[in-house]
Design a protein around this ligand. Structure first.
Ligand code: GLU
Length: 378
């Protein structure tokens, strides 16, 4: 099948799309909101909504717009200054979206998230219900990280990653990442003349990740590497991603018509359920459990639960119910899961038979350290 036919068949089935807009797309070099880009995007989405269903925006640009208002030439290094810029810029960003979408008869809503809003399953589901109810009203939710309150420990990292998590949150069927270059190239287009755009990526292999590694940006937290990582995360939820240039007018419109713009990253065939995807990609592992070869094989090949007998070492200080990485003896992570025991208890029962847990701990709340239902092989 040609890449064009693949795109058409993906676009035909789309009912809910997440569009991520980067700071470099939305602002001018002087850190002003680029009205032309906003106009183009709002027109395209207002029109496409009628045929393609729901749209959710993940919009960066708050810090950049705030920098413009404060007269900063460079991104501030001090967190309170960055937070101030975000608070000032976020309101300008939303005012412009509200005005332009308003002219087109569309209502927008602001949703600001921090990682801690999503790292508890109940809060994750509450956020999903809130977004679904906005979508039921025909509203376009515009999501950003809550940059004015966030600190490193509760940060998503970058909005590319956030957009991939949002595909699971709203159960979207397409992710479009608009950036300031045309897509993924076979060599760094900034340094190599003759670098070719890659129209389609079937699997995000280590080679693809390496290609993406070199391209960095001056204002956004991400570069091409974080876009490819986001596409990989979305792919595990069965969602295709298109990475394209949002500075070129009408690109979004062309993408939504199925035209071959940017790089399409295909979804994985074996998609994870929403809950397993949340365990593997939304939660941040709080520690590592090192297992022996037998346990590794049981988890990888036989789909078993992790028992204390296969555990050889524990790193980190996690509580019962928190996410942990499962690593082999070389500390290479191969699975993630929710530990039923806290780190101090896992240290005590490691190497023990399940029947001995009660004797060692004085209680046995679970037979296994990670139940197979809470475990995702990476
Ligand atoms: N949330 C940031 C902003 O609105 C952007 C983060 C990123 O660049 O990924 O400025």
């Amino acid at each position: 099948m040609s890449t064009e036919t693949i795109r058409e068949s993906i676009l035909k089935k789309v009912t809910r799309t997440v569009v991520k807009l980067g700071s470099n797309v939305l602002t001018t070099p002087a850190w002003k909101l680029d009205r032309n880009v906003f106009t183009d995007i709002s027109r395209t989405i207002a029109k496409a909504k009628k045929k393609k269903g729901d749209f959710i925006l993940v919009s960066s640009g708050a810090i950049a717009a705030g920098m413009g208002k404060l007269g900063f030439a460079e991104r501030p290094r001090l967190i309170p200054l960055e937070q101030a810029a975000a608070a000032i810029g976020q309101i300008s960003l939303m005012a412009l979206y509200q005005r332009l979408f308003g002219y087109l008869g569309c209502t927008v809503a602001q949703v600001l998230l921090t990682h801690s809003d999503l790292n508890d399953r109940r809060r994750f589901l509450n956020a999903r219900h809130a977004l679904n109810s906005l979508l039921d009203f025909g509203v376009i939710p515009i999501i950003n990280e809550n940059d004015s309150t966030v600190v490193d420990e509760i940060r998503f990292g970058d909005n590319d990653h956030l957009s991939a998590l949002v595909t699971n949150l709203v159960q979207a069927d397409l992710l479009i990442i608009m950036t300031d270059i045309d897509g993924l190239y076979d060599r760094d287009p900034k340094t190599c003349t003759g670098a070719q755009l890659i129209p389609m990526v079937e699997n995000v292999t280590a080679g693809i990740e390496e290609l993406a590694g070199g391209t960095k940006s001056n204002i956004s937290r991400g570069g091409m590497a974080t876009k490819i990582a986001a596409a990989k995360t979305a792919a595990h939820f069965g969602v295709p991603t298109i990475i394209a240039n949002g500075k070129t007018p009408e690109n979004l419109d062309k993408i939504l018509q199925g035209k071959e713009i940017g790089t399409l990253v295909l979804p994985e065939k074996n998609k994870l359920t929403s809950r397993k995807h949340w365990i593997a990609f939304t939660l941040k592992p709080q520690g590592e459990i090192i297992v022996d070869d037998g346990a590794r094989e049981a988890l990888l090949e036989k789909g078993k639960s992790l028992l204390p007998s296969g555990i050889v070492r524990v790193y980190g200080d996690f509580d019962a119910g928190e996410a942990v990485s499962c690593c082999d003896r070389n500390r290479v992570e191969f699975a993630r899961g929710l530990s039923r025991y806290g780190a101090s208890d896992v240290i005590k029962i490691k190497g023990c038979k399940t029947a001995d847990i009660k004797r060692v701990l004085g209680r046995c709340p679970a037979q296994e350290v990670i139940n197979r239902d809470d475990l995702v092989v990476l």
